[in-house]
Design a protein around this ligand. Structure first.
Ligand code: ADP
Length: 189
């Protein structure tokens, strides 16, 4: 890992939970970083497409996949998710977009426009053209009302389920499950 990888990789227990909940098939990890999530999807024998714009990150991810013995399950792509998206097909899209580094924790209410490299609504809309089955890993202080709003970008609104992810007693992040990965209907009106 590089230095950034240590604070940005999804903790292993949470990544493994995402994989269990995904339902499998072909899963695209759109901002793969050093591969923490891609590896857990691959460990469940899903076909994974891991994308990152930074060739160094893909190098680390590929090496990490070899350490875990799952490299045969992952296609690594160096590229910009937004440019690649129109050419992609998948059963599930996994989004852990950059939270903007460790400063995310300083916001009382982390609004979706703070996500990088584009705001959360734009990222979600691009993902939705691939599949409505989207899993999004977000900061623990994310604006939950805005997250629920994402389900209303589609007509009819997507199923949505929100999960809090703890490491011990520390709330690390929030996962939003949409479409078939969610188990209930949206609640906003
Ligand atoms: P943070 O620590 O702020 O959450 P991350 O390091 O987790 O950020 O960012 C996730 C990954 O997203 C990084 O490895 C970065 O190279 C990658 N990335 C950024 N922009 C794009 C893009 N347009 N397409 C694909 N990957 C991207």
């Amino acid at each position: 890992m590089d230095e950034e990888g240590w604070f940005s990789v999804t903790p292993e227990d949470i990544a493994s939970r995402h994989a269990e909940r995904s339902g499998g098939g072909t899963v695209i990890d759109c901002f793969s970083g050093v591969g923490g999530n891609a590896i857990q999807f691959a460990k469940m024998c899903f076909h994974v497409v891991a994308i990152d714009i930074d060739p160094k990150k893909i190098g680390f991810a590929s090496n990490n996949a070899k350490i875990y013995g799952v490299e045969d399950y992952i296609d690594f792509i160096i590229g910009d998710f937004f440019q690649l998206a129109p050419f992609l097909k998948a059963d599930v899209v996994f989004l852990a977009p950059p939270w903007g580094g460790p400063t995310y924790n300083t916001f009382e209410n982390f609004t979706l426009d703070l996500l990088k490299p584009k705001d959360g609504y734009s990222i979600f809309q691009v993902a939705q053209r691939i599949t409505p089955n989207i899993i999004m890993f977000l900061p623990r202080n994310v604006d939950l009302r805005q997250v629920e709003e994402l389900s209303w970008l589609s007509s009819p609104p997507l199923n949505i389920e929100i999960e809090e992810n703890y490491i011990g007693s520390y709330l690390k992040g929030i996962t939003a499950y949409f479409g078939n990965t969610a188990s209930r209907l949206p609640t906003l009106s």
